[in-house]
Design a protein around this ligand. Structure first.
Ligand code: SF4
Length: 496
């Protein structure tokens, strides 16, 4: 394993630069050669600590980061492999991790992943067997096993965080999930892309207060009109480009040369600001043609570094409805009409209250009646009649109130009594993915993100203290289609 990236990043005196490469849908050909060429030039330049390689970006098939990474790695440049939860179950993921360990590539960026795009014959099936918190935990556990079996090096695993969220619920959820990923084993953090410097500041303040020993890097991107449009329209999950900035970029690129010059300048300015704010490095994206552009960004950064504060106003967010963790602790409550308020009570507040009560009564192992429930559950199981309880009582109630998918390892209590299987297309049990936009789901933009709903429900019930506090183990697939009630009382599920 090359230790260039980890050694440089873990030394607080360094400001680290990494470069993101995005492979295409070809094994050989011009675009693949270009990426290898960029990596070789980066190595020769000497200012780049590692290249990171994306894993089927946008959910669409592309050349594997493992194979392209290995080719680059063999040239002596360190590589960060993006590793998502979308395309493989935990067995495939663990096997892939072993393969990477064998190849010596142990810098991992562990991500939930964008939702599935299209492959052969149409859209791919979403897997999301683990989430990014659990993926970090998997690498930590695997590292211990590998060391015990004679592997000389652990994995060096990092996580992503998206601070560019407008809502209080999203912002808190993102920050808390970042804490969970760090607790699970992440050794570094890389932010999503965005052009709101106050958000970058907000995150680093939070991060340094909570996890100051874990280095945080910030993403910057060479914005072209195409990428700016995609980010402005919300087509890059978690990334943010304001309308003002988008319009400015369109004007700049009327002359392509001027457009590129302005893009280099903007990237360099944001880079020095982020250094000034206390980020430990930048992660440069949007480089598809040549390393020259990266060299120009880094040269420009060296020129303007001392005056970084002068550029802060270039990256202000003009929208006034954005929530900042350190600016206003609570979001102003929007006035609801009588009908809206009634709907909210009927769909969220009262169901939460009822389910919370019922859950406390029936599913608390410390409750007085818990031994009785256990005895009943044992009787059902002994007589092979668990199906009776499930079909006659559990299924009708849970399908009606929760759109239950009968996973047998119920996780509603971690989500303010919503089902992660039916409510979240990525089945997240440990916090939101990075893709929500203005509170709405990345995959189904007409639906509120299930974590935003959970936060709002808990806030209204004054029960936010436990929100996203503990790590929830992976779903136990061996319990699929069995009675979650029986499984709970017989201590077979993840809460055992
Ligand atoms: S519900 Fe939330 S966490 Fe789940 S996919 Fe949608 S945005 Fe991501």
């Amino acid at each position: 394993m090359l230790r260039i990236f980890s050694d440089e990043l873990l030394n607080p005196k360094n400001f680290v630069v990494t470069l993101e490469l995005v492979p295409g849908r070809e094994s050989f050909g011009r675009s693949t050669d270009t990426l290898v060429g960029i990596a070789k030039d980066a190595f020769a330049d000497g200012r780049i600590s590692a290249v990171s390689i994306t894993d089927n970006p946008g959910g669409n098939p592309s050349l594997s980061p493992d194979v392209l990474g290995y080719e680059i790695f063999k040239h002596g440049l360190d590589v960060i492999v993006h590793f998502t939860c979308r395309d493989m179950n935990r067995v495939g993921m663990e096997s892939r991790a072993l393969q990477l360990a064998r190849m010596g590539m142990k810098n991992i960026l562990a991500l939930t992943g964008d939702y599935n795009g299209k492959g052969f014959g149409g859209q791919g099936a979403p897997v999301f067997d683990l989430d990014s918190v659990l993926l970090n935990a998997m690498f930590k556990t695997l590292s211990k096993k590998l060391i015990a079996s004679g592997d000389p090096e652990e994995f060096f695993t990092g996580c992503a965080v998206s601070p560019f969220k407008t809502k209080e619920a999203e912002t808190h959820s993102q920050y808390k999930k970042m804490d969970k990923k760090i607790k699970a084993g992440a050794s570094f953090v890389i932010t999503q892309l965005g052009y709101d410097v106050k958000k970058f500041h907000d995150l680093i303040l939070y991060h340094n207060a909570k996890n100051k020993d874990i280095p945080a890097m910030a993403s910057v991107y060479l914005l072209s009109p195409r990428s700016a449009r995609a980010m402005n329209r919300g087509r890059v999950p978690g990334a943010y480009v304001s309308d003002d900035l988008f319009n400015k970029i369109i004007l700049e690129w009327k002359d392509a040369r001027q457009g590129l010059k302005a893009a280099i300048d903007r990237t360099a300015k944001l880079g020095v600001i982020l250094k000034g704010l206390g980020y430990r490095g930048i992660h440069i994206g949007g480089i598809h043609r040549s390393f020259k552009t990266v060299g120009a960004i880094l040269d420009r950064m060296e020129e303007i570094e001392v005056s970084w504060q002068e550029y802060l106003s270039d990256f202000e967010n003009k929208a006034d409805n954005t929530y900042y963790y350190f600016d206003k602790k609570t979001e102003s409550v929007e006035k609801q009409t009588v009908m809206e308020s009634l709907k909210e009570k009927l769909t969220d507040h009262y169901p939460y209250k009822i389910l919370n009560r019922a859950h406390g009564f029936f599913f608390d192992r410390k409750a007085m009646l818990a031994p009785v429930y256990k005895r009943i559950a044992t009787l059902f199981e002994k007589n092979n009649k668990t199906w009776l309880l499930k079909r006659c009582l559990e299924d009708p109630l849970k399908v009606l109130f929760l759109s239950c998918q009968s996973c047998g390892d119920c996780g509603i209590q971690h989500l303010a009594f919503q089902c992660p299987e039916s409510g979240c297309p990525k089945h997240t049990r440990n916090g939101p993915c990075g893709g929500s936009r203005d509170g709405y789901c990345e995959v189904y933009p007409d639906n509120l993100c299930i974590w935003v709903r959970a936060y709002e429900r808990l806030k209204k019930a004054n029960a936010l203290t436990g929100f996203l506090k503990d790590s929830v183990p992976p779903r136990m697939w061996e319990l699929n289609k069995t009675s979650s009630w029986i499984n709970f009382h017989l201590e077979k599920d993840h809460q055992k």
